[in-house]
Design a protein around this ligand. Sequence first.
Ligand code: PEP
Ligand code: MG
Length: 325
Amino acid sequence: RRDELRAWASRPTASADGRRVEIAANIGQLEDVQKALDNGAEAIGLFRTEFLYMGRDRLPTEEEQFRSYKYVLEKMAGKPVVIRTLDVGGDKELPYLGLPRESNPFLGRRALRFCLSRPDVFRPQLRALLRASRFGNLKIMFPMVAVLEELVEAKRLLEEEKQALVSSGVEVADRIEVGIMIEIPSAAVSADLFAEEADFFSIGTNDLIQYTMAADRMNETVSYLYQPYHPSVLRLIRHVIDAAHAAGKWVGVCGEMAGDLTAVPLLLGLGLDEFSMSAGSVLPARERIGSLSHRDWQTLSKQALTLSGSEEVQSFVQARMEGRQ
Ligand code: PEP
Ligand code: MG
């Protein structure tokens, strides 16, 4: 079985009827890059940079960050690397910042909200990313975008740092794609507006599900409502994919759903371009995609989205996968 799976490591990802998609890996630590490559990941779809900031007693310097980003970019040797700016807050605390306690941290000043309020933290990260950009195929991604103004402001800061670096003689890649995570329902619903300002979307289903269902992803007493296959979640995903494609942009999923073998047929059918997951899920997901007809799942996904609930969707997919009606 392991050998069978290993055979998928060197194959490109395509459905049985030839639709090409990309399977990428999510990483947190630098050691994860090798795991991603060993498992045949075609890209890094999410580098959670908060791990550079956690488990220590002060902020990482611009230089430390630059070295980490350069390492990942060089190691991936021209394959795409999506680096997400700091996503602190919610479940990820940085005690040394001494931030005030919030009664609803998941609805509080996390991720990009925090970064925009602390340019002294944000700008060094942007500079480190820009300086590393010439060592590979970097794409920058902002997390937890709720309104367009946040994206516009983040891009303005990035452009300012870029100009400053270039005028001081530092080499920066000409073209760096800048995308956003879609993990707040407002961004999903208004994806058409965001598509005009973003080069790509990556749907963060871990958070998108919790915010859509109003069910804390860490709270077991409401975990029965945390439903990846609920039609309302799937309809949001469909809307985001359609909006991105209408604007000529690509769209991925980097939440757990991307590597979930029951969700994969639905996401493929809805037209997802990139699936980003933990390294260990890459080969099973590639094998699964190889066994599916994209054309069939285009139709089946449409049907699944008309079902009344999560369990119905799940049994529908499982029945089709087993070839039952
Ligand atoms: C997500 O929300 O789906 C995601 C990928 O980000 P994180 O799990 O780091 O919040
Ligand atoms: Mg998230």
